[in-house]
Design a protein around this ligand. Structure first.
Ligand code: 4NP
Length: 155
């Protein structure tokens, strides 16, 4: 069993989308057993469901994320999860500062798993238009496939 936590700022747009997309792809491929969760570096939206725009965009691709609820990253996440995958550089730096020094190696940028994209960040779609959510999904789908392949290879 490999445990992966996806992390963004609010845990209502990018990281719950990554959680739902990766969970679906991993279940469909069934090459590795994974436990998946997501969390935010900030607590603004704790207890809220995902942003309606993210829910609608995911639904158009066959992914249901309505049941998810936002939570903040806690210290124990660095023990519980093998990988903590940040959506952008801000989230990444925040996790590194929060991590116990011996756990910093568990923190990565999610898009490191999609080197073919030549992009390092899943951009925050919160204040933008609907195309931002489509871009987020494209990036997350690509990195999810790469992550699954990496986990399967490292078993
Ligand atoms: P997320 O998007 O980090 O992808 O969940 C955001 C959600 C809320 C805010 C910013 C980004 N906010 O400022 O409230």
């Amino acid at each position: 069993m490999q445990r992966v936590l996806f992390v963004c700022l609010g845990n209502i747009c990018r990281s719950p989308t990554a959680e739902a997309v990766f969970r679906m792809i991993a279940a469909r491929e069934a090459t590795v057993e994974v436990e998946v969760d997501s969390a935010g570096t900030h607590a603004y939206h704790v207890g809220s469901g995902p942003d309606a725009r993210a829910v609608a965009a995911a639904r158009r691709r066959g992914v249901d994320m309505r049941e998810l609820r936002a939570r903040a990253v806690v210290l124990n996440d660095f023990e519980r999860f093998d990988l903590l995958l940040a959506m952008d550089q801000d989230n990444y730096q925040h996790l590194l500062e929060m991590a116990p020094p011996e756990r910093r190696g568990r923190v990565r940028l999610f898009l490191d798993y999609a080197p073919e994209l030549a992009r390092r960040e899943v951009p925050d779609p919160y204040y933008g238009g609907p195309t931002g959510f489509e871009d987020v999904l494209d990036l997350i789908e690509a990195a999810s496939r790469g992550l699954l392949a990496a986990l399967a290879a490292s078993r």
